[in-house]
Write a protein that binds this ligand. Structure first.
Ligand SMILES: Cc1cc2nc3c(=O)[nH]c(=O)nc-3n(C[C@H](O)[C@H](O)[C@H](O)COP(=O)(O)OP(=O)(O)OC[C@H]3O[C@@H](n4cnc5c(N)ncnc54)[C@H](O)[C@@H]3O)c2cc1C
Length: 471
């Protein structure tokens, strides 16, 4: 029986290990921290009985991920249950209006008024063919496209700066709605390709919605761990790997680490050209997280935001673009872009009566050492007057604390690497099999590989396929 060791138990490490185990490989997972899951953990961070997601909250790409649905994995058999809020995403603007995205393309277009027709034209075709499109966009860029025409229909708008594509939608509401989704890339929105991640998230949203995992994102980690154990795999926690030499003998090693981590553990074993690429790999801005216990929820002025699982707080397209430009220059904006999660709307079991867990984080410069609590509260209060009075408890997590809990989040970069135009397309280096480190039998599977960040496990699944080809 072939064997593999996976270092790191984030969603990609676990997805990789579960895929290998389900294909007959004897698997051992080694995790540095006391808990498995990396970016898929949940805990009572404010008040007893209030369940918060520590990192990832919403799962637009996990729901259709091969690492979740492929034969042999089928995480729903292992306790994973999706839950959808009535409104997937709201983006409030000053004055009480804003943009709303629903799973239904038609209902979204209808709600966007004059911009509805354009929204349908841009996002309709790739949303409707999302499942075939993923046969291309979930894979490394260097491959023969399986569906070239569909890919082109997606790729042409995706190549535009988000400020251009957003501006073309025709109304301030639609422009802001798209800018907020594009800002998940943490990139400057005036650069080419800054629409790519926004396009993928809008299209997956219209295909599958933006669900949360019932019982918290940890349900994903637990389900992958259950697949691994079902096949006799082992998971060891509390052991930080410092060198490849200390690993048990195995036919393949897969590292759920970013290039910096791979450089640390592989050292001189990496071919010099790969080491050079990994050293050049860029990390992006950071996150400052704020978890809140809020009595009766956030009193958003915009009615749809009160029913939305995710709320993007940042104002107009211009304002979001300016805030993203600032954090990419290493400067803290006065009004940063903030993501607010109200997962309890889809999954009421996370609340205690009318006291609700609210999850929020601001985009801040890499390694930001200040306290962003005040600006986060000010930004939310701007669109939800009276919000501050409802806060019963709060817990802030700085960029340094985020990195201390997970070495992959360098400087608080929760995406495992900057989405520069080059790294959006080709990461962590230019190679047809970017999962291979250049050392025979050693692979990298983290968010630093295609298709990039997210708690969907696709990178881990692809890396497992690459490893299986050599076993
Ligand atoms: C605040 C926040 C909000 C987010 N929101 C979302 C969201 O809503 N939706 C979404 O899809 N994504 C979200 N993300 C991003 C998502 O969590 C990451 O993209 C995802 O976790 C990356 O998975 P990974 O497996 O590549 O690495 P990680 O999840 O970072 O896991 C890496 C694991 O490797 C371990 N490790 C590191 N070094 C070593 C070592 N030397 N030895 C052993 N183990 C090691 C770490 O402890 C960690 O457990 C969010 C992240 C954060 C922090």
């Amino acid at each position: 029986m072939p064997s593999a060791v996976v270092v790191g138990s984030g969603p990609n490490g676990l997805a990789c290990a579960a895929t290998l185990a389900s294909r007959g490989v004897e698997v051992t997972v080694i995790e540095a921290e006391g808990e498995i899951g990396g970016g898929t953990q949940s805990a009572e961070l404010t008040e007893q009985g209030l369940l918060h997601d520590v990192c990832s909250a919403t799962h637009p790409m996990a729901v259709s991920s091969p690492a979740v649905i492929a034969p042999g994995l089928e995480l729903e058999r292992h306790g994973l249950e999706w839950a959808w809020s009535e409104v997937d995403l709201a983006h409030p603007l000053d004055g009480g209006g804003g943009g709303t995205m629903l799973r239904s393309l038609e209902a979204t277009a209808a709600g966007l008024g004059a911009a509805g027709k354009r929204w349908r034209q841009v996002f309709g075709p790739p949303s409707q063919s999302y499942d075939t499109l993923t046969e291309d966009i979930y894979h490394p860029l260097i491959h023969f496209p399986r569906h070239p025409l569909r890919l082109a229909r997606f790729g042409l708008p995706a190549a535009l700066p988000a400020t251009v594509l957003g501006g073309r939608l025709g109304t301030p509401e639609a422009a802001a709605l798209f800018a907020g989704v594009a800002a998940h890339s943490y990139s400057r929105l005036d650069l080419p390709l800054s629409s790519a991640i926004g396009m993928a998230l809008v299209c997956s949203g219209h295909a599958y919605g933006w669900p949360v995992a019932k019982g918290g994102s940890v349900a994903l980690a637990n389900a992958w761990a259950s697949v691994i154990r079902e096949h006799g795999g082992r998971i060891e926690t509390g052991r930080r790997v410092r060198s490849l030499d200390e690993l048990p003998g195995a036919d393949a090693v897969v590292l759920d680490l970013t290039p910096r981590g791979v450089l640390e553990v592989a050292g001189e074993k990496l071919p010099s050209r790969v080491a050079r690429s990994y050293r050049r790999y860029k990390y992006g801005p950071g996150a400052f997280k704020l978890d809140l216990a809020v009595q009766d929820g956030v009193p958003w002025t915009m009615e749809a935001a009160r029913r939305a699982g995710t709320v993007h707080v940042g104002g107009s397209l211009e304002e979001v673009a300016a805030a993203e430009a600032e954090v990419n220059r290493g400067r803290m904006p006065q009004r940063p872009f903030i993501l607010v999660g109200q997962q309890y709307l889809a999954d009421p079991g996370r609340s205690r009566g009318d006291l609700h867990p609210v999850w929020a984080y601001a985009h801040v410069p890499s390694g930001y050492g200040g306290d962003a609590t005040g600006v986060i509260l000010d930004q939310i209060e701007r669109f939800a007057p009276g919000f501050r009075e409802r806060i019963v408890a709060q817990t802030a997590t700085t960029t340094a604390e985020i990195e201390a809990r997970n070495a992959n989040f360098v400087g608080g970069d929760i995406l495992g690497g900057a989405n520069t135009p080059l790294q959006t397309m080709l990461r962590p280096r230019i190679h047809p099999v970017p999962y291979w480190t250049g050392i025979p039998g050693v692979f990298i599977c983290s968010a630093a590989t295609p298709p990039g960040a997210g708690a969907h496990g696709i990178n881990g699944f692809n890396a497992a396929e690459a490893a299986l080809r050599t076993l």
